[in-house]
Design a protein around this ligand. Structure first.
Ligand code: ADP
Ligand code: MG
Length: 386
């Protein structure tokens, strides 16, 4: 970690000549439980991880916004006054989109100056750990300070989301930015996607010697986008047929009625969302009452529900989950949008190598490309580093 800090500051000086005025960082995130509940206005329970994106920044007096990253070769610059979503593209749409979104949000109340910004990160890109929220959140806290904007963390999460929705053009929710900005060490962020209320809940993984093992299958199916849209449409149709604003408004006790009213496929889509919302609530309650060793079954049930009812798993994800459980994980499930991506397994620290070894072996046996596996710990959210 120390290395990343130093590297970021050194790279800043190499690119821009002078020293950075301050250094900020924000983590990626993993979603412990609560999948496909966000757009149904339900509950999610992600945590910030120990992989971070660093942002070194210094003010400029000429009104230019300049950005560079160890991730990309070219440095880009644009006059602050010209920032607009339609003028941004590529990776710089993330940091410059945040600058635009912060201006939109403060409407001239902030002390806007030009800036030099350098980004450096160890959050893997596209592995389901939200490198996008990490870069947005790191830039959001850096600029909020540089411009003396004084926005609170919840508002900064909305700034990140606005940047991603408008400047990048990805219709994502607010979960990732909330986890990255509000996360705390060994704690999860329990988020109500309707009210946007967020509560930090201790996980107790460290004391119980548990880690969450991420198993990235590297699989990405071409029908992921279509499949995602189809699931959203089913959820909307189900809510409409049942006369509620969103599936959030249904409880497990409504499922008998739902079975009568809906065709089998729509019913199963609805059942996933309704039971998943309940599992998030149960996970939070179980952590409080019994501790982290007791949440494994909820993770397993979440996976079965996505596999059988929501039908968004793939054989590689099922294999990763089943193998991890056989090798000693306490609970495991696929995570993210589905049709590929990563699975997670709650694993006693001393069994991590055994689980990794078993999953590698099973993938080899099935002729699948070896997965990338790594443990993550729940860590502090965005912060000033220097
Ligand atoms: P993820 O699941 O990792 O969030 P996304 O596609 O949402 O995947 O976001 C990844 C994109 O975010 C990258 O393609 C790049 O444009 C931008 N990005 C993430 N991290 C960095 C970084 N360190 N430097 C520059 N751009 C980054
Ligand atoms: Mg992303």
């Amino acid at each position: 970690m120390t290395d990343l800090r130093t590297e970021t500051l050194q790279a800043f000086s190499a690119v821009y000549g002078g020293a950075a005025a301050s250094l900020w960082s924000a983590p990626g995130r993993v979603n412990l439980i609560g999948e496909h509940t966000d757009y149904n206005e339900g509950f999610v329970f992600p945590f910030a991880i120990d992989r971070r994106t660093f942002a070194a920044i210094a003010p400029r007096t000429d009104g230019m916004a300049r950005v560079a990253s160890s991730f990309a070769d070219e440095a880009l610059e644009i006059p602050l006054a010209d920032l607009a979503p339609e003028r941004l593209s590529g990776w710089s749409a993330y940091p410059l989109g945040v600058a635009w979104a912060l201006r939109e949000t403060t409407r001239g109340r902030a002390a806007e100056t030009g800036f030099d910004l350098f980004i450096h990160s160890d959050v893997p890109v596209g592995a389901g750990l939200s490198s996008s929220a990490a870069i947005e959140s790191a830039v959001a806290v850096a600029l909020d300070d540089l411009w003396d904007a004084g926005l609170d963390r919840r508002t900064l999460a909305r700034v990140g989301q606005l940047a991603e929705n408008k400047a990048v053009g990805a219709p994502t929710g607010i979960m990732d930015q909330s986890a990255s900005l509000l996360g705390e060490a060994d704690a999860g962020v329990f988020l109500d996607c309707r009210t946007l209320d967020a509560e930090v809940i201790p996980l107790g993984f460290d004391a119980a010697d548990l880690v969450l093992l991420v198993m990235d299958t590297g699989v990405s199916h071409s029908h992921a986008t279509g499949g995602y849209s189809a699931r959203r449409a089913s959820c909307e149709a189900g809510a409409k047929a049942l006369g509620v604003e969103a599936l959030r408004d249904l409880g497990v006790e409504d499922l008998a009625r739902a079975r009568e009213a809906l065709d089998d496929e729509t019913f199963r889509r609805v059942r996933h969302v309704v039971t998943e919302d309940q599992r998030v609530l149960d996970t939070v309650r179980t952590l409080r009452e019994s501790g982290p060793l007791a949440i494994g079954d909820l993770l397993d049930a979440s996976h079965r529900s996505m596999r059988d009812d929501f039908e968004i798993s793939v054989p590689e994800l099922d294999l990763a989950v089943e193998t991890a459980l056989s090798a000693g994980a306490l609970g495991a499930r696929m995570t993210g949008g589905g049709f590929g991506g990563a699975a997670i397994a709650l694993t006693p620290r001393d069994l991590v190598s055994r689980v990794e070894f078993a999953v590698d072996g099973a993938f080899l046996e099935h002729g699948y490309t070896a997965p990338t596996t790594f443990p993550v710990r729940a860590s502090e959210g965005a912060r000033r580093e220097q």
